[in-house]
Write a protein that binds this ligand. Structure first.
Ligand code: 5GP
Ligand code: MN
Length: 352
């Protein structure tokens, strides 16, 4: 990671001191990195007497992350839109975590743009919307927003590089988000990621507890659904693009929810012949798409060109809209196959 600009750190330290009413915003369909960084920063700011700080999520975090956000001051804007709008319009400072552009918060985007609050971005995605922020901490050579936030917090004068000066729950939440975004150290691991993990372990973070809560608390129906999805719904398209499609009916039949399918998209990459994996699922009339690629193919490019999305080079997401992209849900599989074929053709053919 490039070192963080000392002037930006001074500016952030000044902002943290002079503002008293903070709102932290994370992206829609929040994942472990979004929720982890939100919790960590909230705890850090709230540890200073006199500071008010709320975390606003555009929609509800999955229940699999309850262990992080339950009992904390999180506001689900989809459940309480008026309250969220008032907080965004009335706060002194808005701090956006784990997304690169206001549109990643969907319905909150115009409110964020219109708010007179001072605005800070701390994020690790490609193409940050720099002009929308007074202060922009953006770096793609980190595992996660949690890793970047960790470095930013450590650099603040009141922390002075001493991890033990971060509140214990901030340390725990940062380790959690880094763990989920690296898929438990399987991808996006940089030297700084391992340094962070070592320092947090040294400072007493209970990693066994994190692993237990993230990876050892599944319900049987999740494994049943995974078996079916990988056994009967996985298709390898020409050129080594794996595609799994899950309909709303299938999700309902197994009784699984968003959050429980986290990680599924990575599994087909274990096949030698697979160069990119796509997991598409129907959700409230939209097809949500997750993409993961091996080095040499850009999931980000495919997501941007065909799925109105983006993210990171090897891990991205997007959507297929009905009726704009396909006339009905039944057209999703063909749309994905055609997009993959076009993409590979432009890349120079499936054998490249
Ligand atoms: P996931 O597949 O886990 O939902 O997302 C993978 C990565 O792509 C994450 O970094 C996420 O923030 C990003 N991402 C997911 N969906 C979208 C989307 O609709 N648009 C953009 N620009 N990025 C997305
Ligand atoms: Mn992230």
């Amino acid at each position: 990671m490039r070192s963080i600009d000392a002037n930006d750190i001074s500016a952030l330290a000044g902002l943290l001191q002079s503002c008293s009413d903070f709102v932290i915003v994370i992206h829609t369909h929040p994942d472990g990195d979004a929720v982890g960084s939100g919790c960590a920063l909230q705890e850090f700011i709230a540890s200073v007497p006199g500071k008010k700080v709320r975390v606003i999520t555009p929609d509800a975090p999955p229940f699999t992350l309850d262990f992080l956000c339950e009992g904390r001051d999180f506001l689900d804007a989809s459940a309480k839109p008026a309250e969220a709008a008032a907080l965004i319009a009335g706060c002194d400072a808005l701090i956006c975590l784990d997304f690169n552009a206001f549109r990643r918060t969907e319905g909150l985007a115009p409110l964020l743009a219109a708010s007179p609050a001072r605005k800070v971005l701390i994020d690790h995605h490609l193409n940050p919307e720099r002009d929308a922020f007074e202060l922009c901490f953006s770096c793609t050579e980190v595992s996660s927003a949690c890793e970047l936030l960790y470095e930013v917090l450590k650099a603040l004068p009141q922390v002075g590089g001493d991890v033990c000066k971060l509140p214990p729950f901030s340390r725990y939440a940062l380790m959690t988000g880094m763990t989920t975004d690296t898929n438990n150290f399987a991808n996006s691991v940089y030297p700084g990621t391992l340094r962070m993990a070592g320092e947090l372990l040294q400072a007493g973070v209970d990693r066994d507890d994190i692993l237990d809560r993230l990876y050892r608390q599944d319900r049987p129906q999740k494994l049943h659904a995974f078996a079916d999805l990988l056994g009967s719904h996985l298709e390898i398209l020409p050129g080594g693009i794996a595609c799994i499609y899950m309909s709303e009916a299938m999700k309902a039949a197994y009784g699984i929810s968003e959050g429980e399918t986290e990680g599924l998209v990575n599994i087909p990459l274990s096949l030698a012949e697979v160069r990119m994996s796509i997991f598409a699922r129907e959700e409230n009339g939209v097809i949500r798409v997750s993409l993961r690629s091996k080095p040499g193919l850009s999931a980000n490019e495919l997501a941007a060109r065909f799925f109105h999305g983006g993210g990171h080079t090897l891990a991205s997401g997007g959507k297929i809209f009905i009726p704009d992209d396909i006339s009905s849900e039944s057209g999703a599989r063909d749309y994905i196959a055609a997009a993959a074929a076009r993409f590979l053709q432009d890349e120079g053919g499936p054998e490249k």
